[in-house]
Design a protein around this ligand. Sequence first.
Ligand SMILES: *Cc1c(COP(=O)(O)O)cnc(C)c1O
Length: 393
Amino acid sequence: MNSKAYFGKFGGQFVPETVMFALDELENAYESIAKTKEFKDELDDLLKNYVGRPSPLFFAKRLSEHYGHEIYLKREDLNHTGAHKINNALAQALLAKKMGKKKILAETGAGQHGVATATAAALLGLECDVYMGATDVARQQLNAFRMQLLGAKVVSVEDGLKTLKEATTAAIQAWVNEIESAFYVIGSAVGPHPYPKIVRDFQSVIGTEAKAQLENYGKKADYVIACVGGGSNAIGIFSAFLDDESVNLVGIEAGGLGIETPYHAATLSKGKTGIIHGMKTTVLQDEYGMISPVHSISAGLDYPGIGPEHAHLNDIKRVRYEAVTDDECINALYFLSKMEGIIPAIESAHAVAYLEKLCPKLDKKSVIVVNISGRGDKDINTVIGYEKGKIYG
Ligand SMILES: *Cc1c(COP(=O)(O)O)cnc(C)c1O
């Protein structure tokens, strides 16, 4: 097995032979196409004029006064389609087009990655099938409709719990069936090599910008905080700071109803090494190695695995991973909305919630960057449901 495929003990390619062929093709295309100046110039132009990059790094004055530290917000919520996911979906779709593929496939949970991929497909004139669990299609009708409006086909998956895990398995199966002509656009820094590396590279624009923007303020980060589902927004912002050990990096997982209950998605807090979706990583599983059902108020963090690079960064203790509960997250969502006029995605609100735990413990005035991975408009119904005492449903 090729050592490039691993981050320490984690990663690899745990896939059938038919998929190996496509992964090799992808790796070659990534090296020979995506690293050329021509590709980078074209992607940069789209990121600037279509996505709206660079996203601002906003000094949150009222939040800073409240917590007694300097807090900066990286505004990925201001991207076209409302989150960081478009950075990666657009870049992968552009690579697919340059490879001569006519069709792209994607999985989606709540629909955010599906919408980003359908958007990129429309822009680039590619056919697009999005696999979505039937439960999620019902729960997220607006996003399912949005994808159809963008010209994508939404394939409803009826297996198992009918959510993201099953949708991912179905998308990989569909890819196997159309391996020559289709390109699989993965939505987070997960899956078999080279996906975790490609997604990290395409999301690293977040960290590169944030670091330069802080320098423009004449500042250097003491802490960088991001929420972690599969881990793409977090690795995207962390990547620029990994080499500098003086920067503390914190990934926030979904603690659901509490990590002492079975109702959470805190993979690194409670998981063990296992295999999921073609990678060796930390997985929430029972004593027999069966993947556990996960719970979070946030659909985007509701995943029983995590990208292999995060499993490694946890192993070597370069990044600290913590969990916040649904209640803490909703409080943070209200607080940021009222203090700064920014309604964060429920996913991003997990990162904001950690300020409440971190700030009182710091012994010197610190510079803290929080990645606001997306906007909260999509989550208003969930917040209403939460207020009615009905979170999952
Ligand atoms: C999907 C999503 C996430 C979680 O995915 P990562 O790959 O862990 O970044 C976080 N925030 C928002 C807004 C999302 O849509």
